[in-house]
Design a protein around this ligand. Structure first.
Ligand SMILES: CC(C)(COP(=O)(O)OP(=O)(O)OC[C@H]1O[C@@H](n2cnc3c(N)ncnc32)[C@H](O)[C@@H]1OP(=O)(O)O)[C@@H](O)C(=O)NCCC(=O)NCCS
Length: 266
């Protein structure tokens, strides 16, 4: 796979990738400044068997049970690595043991850290696709993240017509055939990142909001302007590998926040 690089930072703030600490172990202590958003990604297939055994021990019995329910080995591994990634990354900021973290879910299934007087409030979101898992973390900002495998087989036109807002579908269909697939995933990841940042998932109708990609930066528009304020949001695309695309949605006041992108290994 390719390394994360500066070219992937499509938005106005772009992202910074520290070449020295690009691959970081779970045990390291990390600092997350209030004005930053950190994005971590991992390639489940690259983890050796002994690492998988170790990280499985970090999961709660409930998380282990959920992983074991997947029939396909690749799905089981992806879900295991996703939960381990979250535990490892959060515990490195909180300077605690990954096993000790406890989660609660909101009414739409979004996991959050159990409120605790011992820890500062961290916001995070996780996404998984074939070949990669990724998460983002921020201190005081709502964040959402979606990752997609660009090789995934999709019927671009019917899916866009069904799920996208008319402005997005028009933009997509005006492109030459060869460019539509990538544009489809640009919209798809942004839409998922936004509904995930709001925490309500599919209860938000996907054609009630849309994105303008050109000229950069990415901008949000809403069918019902009273539902949210587009000016509060920052959206970024990251290409951690040639065949993977990440979108991050950040609710922030004022200027765009810098994104720091790192690859994770236990
Ligand atoms: C969970 C949801 C928000 C995203 O699901 P998904 O795309 O299948 O899965 P992802 O891998 O991106 O994300 C899954 C992770 O998101 C987190 N999550 C679960 N519910 C969530 C919610 N309501 N809000 C934010 N994050 C949520 C969890 O960490 C979950 O992983 P885990 O169960 O291992 O902890 C889904 O309910 C949803 O609403 N998806 C939108 C689907 C869609 O139709 N998109 C079309 C875009 S055009």
């Amino acid at each position: 796979m390719n390394d994360a690089n500066e070219e992937g930072g499509g938005g106005s703030a772009g992202f910074k990738c520290d070449p020295v600490s690009r691959t970081l172990p779970a045990s390291g202590i990390q600092i997350l400044h209030p004005g930053e958003v950190h994005v971590w990604f991992a390639v489940p297939e690259e983890l050796p068997r002994e690492s998988l055994r170790e990280i499985e021990g970090w999961l709660s019995p409930d998380e282990q049970l959920r992983c074991s329910r997947f029939q396909q080995m690749a799905d089981r591994r992806r879900n295991l690595v996703g939960r381990a990634l979250i535990r490892s990354v959060l515990s490195s900021y909180l300077q605690t043991d990954p096993k000790s973290l406890r989660f609660v879910e909101n009414e739409f299934g979004r996991p959050e850290l159990e409120p605790s007087a011992a820890y500062p409030r961290l916001r995070f979101n996780l996404s998984k696709t074939s070949g990669m898992v990724a998460c983002c973390v921020a201190r005081n900002h709502e964040v959402g993240l979606d990752i997609e495998d660009l090789r995934r087989s999709v019927d671009v036109t019917p899916l866009a017509t069904r799920f996208f807002a008319p402005a997005e579908t028009r933009d997509l269909l005006a492109l030459p055939e060869h460019a539509r697939r990538r544009r489809f995933f640009e919209y798809w990841t942004l839409k998922e990142a936004y509904v995930k940042a709001l925490g309500a998932g599919l209860t938000i109708p996907l054609d009630q909001f849309w994105f303008r990609l050109d000229p950069a930066p990415v901008r949000l528009a809403l069918q019902s302007p009273s539902s949210d304020d587009p000016a509060d949001w920052q959206f970024e695309h990251i290409t951690p590998a040639e065949q993977h695309l990440i979108a991050v949605a950040i609710r922030r006041q004022g200027a765009d926040l810098p994104l720091i992108v790192r690859r994770w290994a236990p």
